[in-house]
Design a protein around this ligand. Structure first.
Ligand SMILES: NC(=O)c1ccc[n+]([C@@H]2O[C@H](COP(=O)([O-])OP(=O)(O)OC[C@H]3O[C@@H](n4cnc5c(N)ncnc54)[C@H](OP(=O)(O)O)[C@@H]3O)[C@@H](O)[C@H]2O)c1
Ligand SMILES: *[C@@H]1O[C@H](CO)[C@@H](O)[C@H](O)[C@H]1NC(C)=O
Ligand SMILES: CC(=O)N[C@H]1CO[C@H](CO)[C@@H](O)[C@@H]1O
Length: 318
């Protein structure tokens, strides 16, 4: 009886470890060091962003944690310093749900920092709400705030070329559509009143990430600044924090077994940020540390250009 139990426990552990190893996915193998380089990671006080920041700090980069909460940001700075063994980590306040905050972040950054070599647009929300400027929270934070931020930092990135812009999208972009009529008549682009609409609006915002990167690459031709969008994998993070307690309890066994931990979830962001030799893939979408094909709607030149122009207007750039 005891032997049988031990055997079953043994087999289950091996199966569990095999599944976990498979789930972990590809690893960024680049050994590139980043001494003398400066990196910004948005939304880096927890989750994929913080794991990304730790790795970049280990490589010797000066890492700026661009987070909306001073308290959570400072706590994260201490943690990233401890885990990376680097002291070259700093917090700078950035609330992507406020265009004013984005502008003041960029202003402070450009005044106080000399370089910008890698910008990682990582912050994201999956929840209902409205930004300070009256946009839907998911459109405002996931797309528009990062659109403005990137544009305000573009000259510095060009001065420091070769440099890179990495935008964390999601496989959910496949369910997204871009309805410019909705955007014209409802500038908030959806607030997310029901759990169904939250799903769809999140998907739209993640499609924006892919199309933004597509158009950005064109505009950056000849500058040695390159850009990439990506899916990090299904990652066990706090992104689901706004789901009900019941739902979170229900999906817990699934996420524990089948979702990546945040270190594994950071690998494709890191790959896009540092991997040597991917410059010719600027504008493309990555997953599991490899470039992926996307559907026509996610590489539509005309739609990407229109999204850019609409975003310029909405963010007050033009
Ligand atoms: N987890 C997944 O399975 C998965 C799958 C596909 C794509 N993604 C994408 O991966 C990225 C990282 O997500 P995660 O899974 O690491 O989620 P997370 O643990 O919830 O982290 C999200 C980060 O974004 C920050 N953030 C939210 N609103 C912000 C705002 N207004 N201004 C500045 N920062 C803000 C959060 O800060 P606070 O702590 O202050 O809220 C947090 O640091 C997101 O873009 C997400 O869409 C995740
Ligand atoms: C881009 O990089 C190449 C190769 O290093 C260099 O020859 C070229 O001058 C650079 N172009 C710009 C605009 O910096
Ligand atoms: C379950 C849960 O936390 N729901 C919250 C999701 O976010 C909205 C707006 O931020 C809150 O009103 C809900 O209570």
């Amino acid at each position: 009886m005891l032997e049988e139990t031990l055997l079953i426990v043994g087999i289950l552990s091996v199966v569990f470890m095999a599944i976990r190893a498979y789930v972990r996915g590809a690893k960024c193998k680049s050994k590139v060091k980043l001494h003398g380089k400066t990196v910004i990671v948005t939304g880096s006080n927890v989750g994929i962003g913080r794991a990304t920041a730790v790795d970049l700090a280990r490589r010797g980069a000066r890492v700026i944690l661009a987070c909306r909460s001073q308290v959570r940001g400072e706590v994260a700075v201490a943690l990233v310093k401890r885990e990376s063994g680097s002291q070259n980590v700093a917090f700078m306040q950035l609330d992507l749900a406020s265009l004013k905050s984005v502008r003041s972040f960029a202003e402070t950054f450009l005044k106080t920092e000399k370089r910008l070599d890698i910008l990682i647009n990582n912050a994201g929300v999956y929840k209902q709400g409205t930004t300070e400027d009256g946009f839907g929270l998911m459109f405002g934070v996931n797309h528009l705030g990062h659109f403005l931020l990137t544009n305000l930092l573009l000259d510095r990135l060009k001065e420091c070329a070769p440099s890179r812009i990495v935008t964390v999208s999601s496989i959910m972009h496949k369910y997204g559509t871009l309805d410019f009529d909705t955007l014209r008549t409802h500038k908030e682009f959806g607030v997310g009143e029901t759990s169904r609409s939250i799903f769809w609006i999140y998907a739209h915002s993640k499609l924006c990430n892919v199309l933004f990167t597509h158009e950005l690459a064109k505009r950056l031709q000849g500058t040695n600044v390159t850009c990439y969008s990506l899916h990090p994998g299904a990652v066990n993070s706090d992104l689901n924090r706004n789901l009900s307690k019941m739902t979170r309890r229900l999906i817990k066994p699934i996420t524990t077994l089948f979702f990546k931990d945040v270190e594994a979830g950071a690998q494709t962001s890191l790959y896009c940020a540092v991997q040597e030799g991917i410059e010719s893939l600027s504008g493309r979408y990555f997953s599991n540390c490899a470039v992926q094909k996307v559907e026509p709607k996610a590489q539509d030149d005309a739609v990407a250009k229109k999204l850019w122009e609409v975003s310029e207007t909405l963010s007050g750039l033009s």
